[in-house]
Design a protein around this ligand. Sequence first.
Ligand code: IPE
Ligand code: IPE
Ligand code: MG
Length: 246
Amino acid sequence: MAESDNILAVPRHIAIIMDGNGRWAEERYRPRLFGHKAGVDSVREIVETSRTIGIEFLTLYAFSTENWNRPPGEVTGLMGLLKRYLQSELKTMLKNDIRLCCVGQQNRLPTDVQAVLHQTISETQSCQSMTLNLALSYGGRSELVQAVRHLAQKCQDGVLQWQEISELSISEHLFTAGQPDPDLLIRTGGEHRLSNFLLWQTSYTELYFTEVKWPDFRKDQLIEAINIYNRRQRRFGKIGAQLQAE
Ligand code: IPE
Ligand code: IPE
Ligand code: MG
């Protein structure tokens, strides 16, 4: 029986820290960009599988605010891959009814990448079967700073009372406004940290870490992660007996 036949239920929202491309390439005595290129094939397979099995929101951490500190050649290579990925995927996204969104500081991206990104976002905006969030120049702390500034500005302008600031209003000022929090966060590549990803949104997310490096993370590995997620009990602070009674 294929792994995919075992799925009980799928999480609504999966977020993935796609890590390990560089080490995957280095193991093969190849330049790091070779690993990033192989990583794009994993992105394609994971997007397609997620859509097929009925994931509603998929958020992929592709480039962090800290990643700007990498060697310039690697940053340029990653931006080129991103542009080519967006150009090559538009047709498939439309065919598969996938809406593209960007979470992150779009204005820090090179202008040619911004142009393709804006075009893809606008052409797919009415697609409904799945939302693909690409986290680009994304940092959880800077996202929160931006949200706090917006709220403070609204208070200063008199359109919001400080007492009205709530968990909901903070969520509504994040890049993920209107979307459910991730149910499952996957990090590939063997590290056990969040690296500034979705700090607010993952307060009750199930975490799954795997040694598998991103270029080797494909359909079977995704299904395995979902199956492990399905065997967990999400108690949200309650006790197990309460959940059984619900
Ligand atoms: C993740 O792989 C991709 C990006 C951060 C863009 P890495 O490039 O971090 O790969 P490792 O962690 O060095 O192996
Ligand atoms: C996290 O990976 C960012 C992305 C996957 C885009 P990093 O490789 O940049 O994370 P650190 O530096 O090991 O924490
Ligand atoms: Mg890494």
